[in-house]
Ligand binder design. Structure first.
Ligand code: NAD
Length: 496
């Protein structure tokens, strides 16, 4: 059932939120008693006081995860039983779609039309997809010498810590915990301090679904519990999604503690290339607007650099500006709204700082201002600059609704501009000549390349997701993600 704006507002007014950590199967306050306030970026309303976890809580969560792992309460269960529990969990998430979507929207300002249609169902789908893999991914029998039987089996690494950002709070978490749990690990999840709500709620649903105590724990808080997990001697693997700056610290902590595996999904500055051999420039421009303005531009794969051939630039820009109007910011509980507020004041000020820089570096084609200030929310107009490729706004990840348009003259220049970045998360190329498109795609140094689209297949779990260069290592999604959370064991049996 689709609710109206008024119905969503009424539901929001009566929502109660539990901000406690979830450790060893129970909701708990931080042992220090400390909390932090979780405010909505829509109007500044305090949604909850949330447990601010410190060393004692992280130790308790890791110890609970270790106990569950050693007792084999999860990894020792039959694959079919584990699959059934994860499927039940996903079903509960689907049943609670509206409650979880509302929490996510209130917590980070994402449009309710997105949280109901994308965030929550995609989270459930991710859990289902890995649940289904549990009793289908098989081991190997090695063609060893005739007197030997050689087996290669996949085993869980043990305790997995997942530290995640705020832009897709539930989904980014699920991309980590679903494959980790499918392999049989125990998990300690550290949501972002900007978006802890839904993680706590889904942990309760995990318990309801029958996940044994200690197998899935949530420790809310800021950088401190994240750092403590990265440094912890009893964590076997840390899976991180966030900024490249923090990723570098996580890897250092891992190296300086117990050499735990550190998997990093980091930032991006993705190029979207429009070649003159693209006939449908209106669609290319409309998609380019969606590529940067969807989720307020708070997307690691946002198409934040539009590289346009000079012959088609004017037409693309005219269509782009028209398409940007569909993203006029509004109250995110209004189902017609496609762009809500920026997640909080700090991020808002950061984005506005880049906009000020962009004004000095180039030309504003549309937007550039704060709007709806009277609501108390942090709304920014969809903003487009025309700049040179070396402008700050064309090089740094802004993580907001700000697009840089850069002109090029030929394909070699386009490829060179596209690859001239420390990042390598995603890219796109538009051309009706598939040979040209294919050749360009092959030259782009990015984990995902779209041809004549942007974001296609994002809801398909079969595609691995991750970055080249300083956009990270390893891959989320797909069966390849299972490798991050598995040890491969060779067992060699001598026959008498
Ligand atoms: P962030 O790096 O500030 O924080 C991410 C998480 O790390 C949060 O939970 C935070 O509390 C924690 N953290 C912060 N400092 C830490 C430290 N020193 N040690 C351990 N943990 C620490 O990133 P953010 O602002 O939450 O998210 C935005 C960034 O995430 C952007 O750069 C974006 O590109 C990236 N991102 C990447 C992907 C991807 O899959 N590649 C997906 C979404 C977001």
């Amino acid at each position: 059932m689709q609710r109206t704006f008024i119905e969503w507002q009424a539901k929001a007014a009566t929502l109660t939120v539990d901000g406690r950590a979830f450790i060893d199967g129970a909701l708990r306050d931080a042992q220090s008693g400390r909390t932090f306030s979780c405010a909505s970026p829509i109007d500044g309303r305090i949604l909850a006081e949330v447990a601010d976890c410190g060393a004692a809580d992280v130790d308790a969560a890791v110890a609970a995860a270790r106990r569950a792992f050693e007792a084999r309460t999860w990894c020792g269960m039959s694959p079919r039983a584990r699959k059934a529990i994860l499927l039940r969990w996903a079903a509960l998430i689907r049943e609670r779609r509206d409650e979880l979507a509302l929490l996510e929207t209130l917590d980070v300002g994402k449009p309710i039309s997105d949280t109901t249609a994308i965030d929550v169902p995609a989270t459930a789908h991710c859990i289902e997809w890995y649940a289904e893999a549990i009793d289908k991914v098989v081991g190997e029998v090695v063609p060893a010498d005739p007197h030997l039987v050689g087996l290669v089996t996949r085993e869980p690494v043990g305790v997995v810590a997942a530290v995640v950002p705020w832009n897709f709070p539930l989904l980014m978490a699920a991309w980590k915990f679903a494959p980790a749990l499918a392999v049989g690990n125990s998990v300690v999840l550290k949501p972002s301090e900007k978006s802890p709500m839904t993680a706590i709620r889904v942990a309760e649903l995990a318990r309801e679904a029958g996940l044994p105590s200690g197998v899935f724990n949530v420790v809310p808080g800021g950088a401190e519990p994240g750092r403590l997990l990265a440094q912890h001697a009893d964590v076997d693997c840390i899976a991180f999604t966030g900024s490249t700056h923090t990723g570098r610290q996580i890897m250092t902590h891992a190296a300086q503690s117990n050499l735990k595996r550190a998997w990093l999904e980091l930032g991006g500055k993705s190029p979207n290339i429009v070649l003159p051999c693209c006939a449908d420039l209106e669609r290319a421009a409309r998609t380019a607007a969606e590529a940067i303005f969807f989720n307020m531009g708070e997307v690691c794969t946002a198409g934040s650099r539009l590289l346009v051939h000079r012959d088609v630039k004017d037409e693309v820009v005219a269509n782009l500006i028209a398409a940007a109007r569909a993203f006029a910011p509004g109250h995110p509980l209004d189902p017609a709204v496609r762009m809500g507020p920026i997640v909080d004041r700090a991020q808002f000020e950061r984005v506005m700082g880049f906009i000020d820089t962009g004004r000095r570096e180039g030309r504003v084609l549309t937007g550039g201002s704060r709007v709806r200030e009277e609501t108390g929310g942090f709304y920014i107009e969809p903003t487009v600059f025309e700049v040179n490729a070396d402008a700050t706004v064309a090089r740094d990840e802004i993580f907001g609704p700000v697009l840089s348009v850069i002109e090029f003259g030929d394909i070699d220049e386009a490829v060179s501009l596209a690859n001239d970045t420390e990042y390598g998360l995603a890219a796109a190329v538009w051309s009706d000549d598939l040979t040209t498109a294919h050749r360009v795609a092959a030259r782009l140094r990015a984990g995902t390349v779209w041809v004549n689209g942007y974001g296609d297949g994002s809801d398909d779990m079969n595609f691995p997701f991750g970055g080249y260069k300083q956009s990270g290592n390893g891959r989320d999604k797909s069966l390849h993600a299972l490798e991050k959370y598995s040890e491969l064991k060779s067992t060699v049996i001598r026959l008498c």
